[in-house]
Design a protein around this ligand. Structure first.
Ligand code: HEM
Length: 458
């Protein structure tokens, strides 16, 4: 699912790159994460539901991040002077209405498809039914209300955090071409230029991990985490904190504290994590982008996969230039106040596709071109040329027409599936797709070069 959605984005960016169009990265990445999350939760979400949910998410994030006078003068809370409670109730009603409908549609689909579970809501519904059937302890029962609550928590928790993190990471990479180059080099070495990044590759991308940590240190998507409450009286560093105090933890300030991170604290310098054991788990209190303890982010693993995969893919598939000749140092890095502290302005850049030409967006592999050669005894050999060889100039369609015919190979090497075979028939369509003539002598020199290049490769 992630691969498919990301493939669609890369394809559209590839077209924009060919047309030399500037990409609104903030918008594209936001839509991608939204699509991935909706698909995971609901399968395919109807367009109008998606639009309504998006508006409600935005309104919720504004309200949750808004300055609330009642936080400082609690007795004013009952008066709701700013109308925050009223607006929150209205949102809650609208969300409830949409999710109720979505769940009802899933119930109906499940009965029609005989419980063929596909997405998160399906699984939750099956859990609800299972528990009811087996008369589990009432405290473990999941009701429809719980499903709506969990789904809404995921929507609020997953989309903005992941999209904002990717946006900031790309911004820092645009501002630091050295780091961008180094990351692209790692991707080239680990993955190569013939295919896109796969989820299984992520574990091998060590520098990517450092880049991600450095990005989250400087731009934690929950700068003040979520409000916590102390459950007992405690004295810390001489300060008495009564139980039930609201605790706000400034993860943003901790990540920029020179006493912890040394004097280059404001620099984007992933190498600071070389040889360090600091991780995301919330046990290293100098680095808590996902919080810590029992209330830390429950979606951390999913968030990390999404962010790593999207970032790696965008950096691997494209070179990026800032628009209108803007210098890296001129990129606006202002933050907008809010729950996730996003960029104040959308991030724009001009992509250039950098993988070898015909990587298939669905399989992620290099496409091949079917070619043919006629040997001196009149036999036709058909073989595939990876586009990589054409694009790297190892093969040239302009090879001299007078090139000598290659000797007919006695037997194709079992190691080399691309080696010319002697008696294959060829479909006219596949030859025409190459745009090259079937029997022209030019093919002969190409065939020789293919065999030579492939034997070198293998
Ligand atoms: C890069 C991506 C993400 C970042 C940086 C992030 C960060 C955070 C942070 C800082 C918190 C507050 C923790 C605390 O107060 O101690 C949090 C809570 C939460 N996150 Fe994430 N998150 C990310 C992705 C996700 C995803 C993908 C999901 C859902 C699948 C998710 C669901 C939640 C939920 C439901 C909470 C509230 C937990 C609670 O109240 O107990 N997050 N996240």
């Amino acid at each position: 699912m992630r691969k498919e959605e990301l493939g669609v984005l890369v394809q559209s960016l590839k077209q924009m790159a060919a047309a030399r169009e500037v990409v609104n990265i903030s918008k594209k990445v936001g839509e991608l994460i939204e699509d991935m999350t909706h698909r995971m939760l609901f399968g395919r979400c109807k367009d109008y539901q998606r639009a309504d949910l998006k508006a409600l998410v935005q309104e919720t994030l504004i309200l949750v991040g808004a300055f609330n006078i009642a936080d400082y003068v609690p007795f004013l809370g009952a008066l709701d002077l700013q109308g925050l409670k009223r607006r929150m109730k209205a949102i809650s009603g609208a969300v409830d209405h949409i999710l109720e409908k979505v769940i009802d549609e899933h119930k109906q689909d499940a009965s029609e498809n005989q419980g063929n579970h596909k997405d998160f809501v399906d699984v939750m519904l099956s859990l609800m039914n299972e528990m009811k059937n087996f008369h589990q302890e009432p405290s473990y029962l999941i009701e429809q209300e719980n499903i709506k609550g969990i789904v809404w928590d995921i929507i609020i928790g997953a989309i903005d955090t992941s999209a904002t993190t990717i946006e900031w990471l790309l911004s820092e990479l645009f501002r630091h071409p050295r780091v961008m180059r180094q990351l692209q080099e790692e991707l080239e070495n680990v993955i190569g230029m013939e295919r896109m990044v796969e989820e299984v590759d992520l574990a091998n991308l060590v520098y990517l991990d450092m880049v991600l940590k450095e990005g989250l240190r400087l731009h934690p998507a929950g700068p003040l985490l979520l409000p916590h409450e102390s459950i007992e009286d405690i004295t810390l560093n001489g300060y008495y904190i009564p139980k039930k105090s609201r605790i706000i933890i400034n993860a943003w300030a901790i990540g920029r504290d020179p006493n912890i991170w040394s004097n280059n604290v404001e620099d984007f310098f992933p190498e600071r994590f070389i040889g360090s054991n600091i991780d995301f788990q919330g046990k290293d209190f100098q680095f808590i982008p996902f919080g810590s303890g029992r209330r830390k982010c429950p979606g951390m693993q999913l968030g990390l996969i999404n962010v790593r995969l999207v970032l790696a893919q965008l950096v691997h598939c494209f070179d990026w230039k800032l628009p209108n000749g803007m210098l890296p140092s001129e990129l606006d890095m202002s933050e907008e106040f809010g729950l996730a502290l996003p960029r104040a302005t959308h991030l724009h850049a001009l992509p250039t596709y950098r993988l070898l030409p015909k990587v298939n967006m669905t399989t992620g592999l290099v496409n091949t071109t079917v070619n043919s050669t006629v040997y001196s005894d009149g036999q036709l050999a058909v073989y595939e040329i990876p586009q990589i060889l054409l694009s790297q100039g190892i093969l040239s369609p302009q090879a001299p027409a007078s090139a000598p015919l290659p000797p007919k190979p006695k037997k194709a090497s079992p190691l080399n599936s691309h080696a010319p075979s002697t008696s294959t028939t060829v479909s006219v369509d596949s030859c025409e797709a190459t745009g090259l003539p079937h029997y022209a002598p030019i093919m002969v020199s190409i065939g020789v070069a293919v065999v030579a290049a492939l034997s070198l490769c293998i």
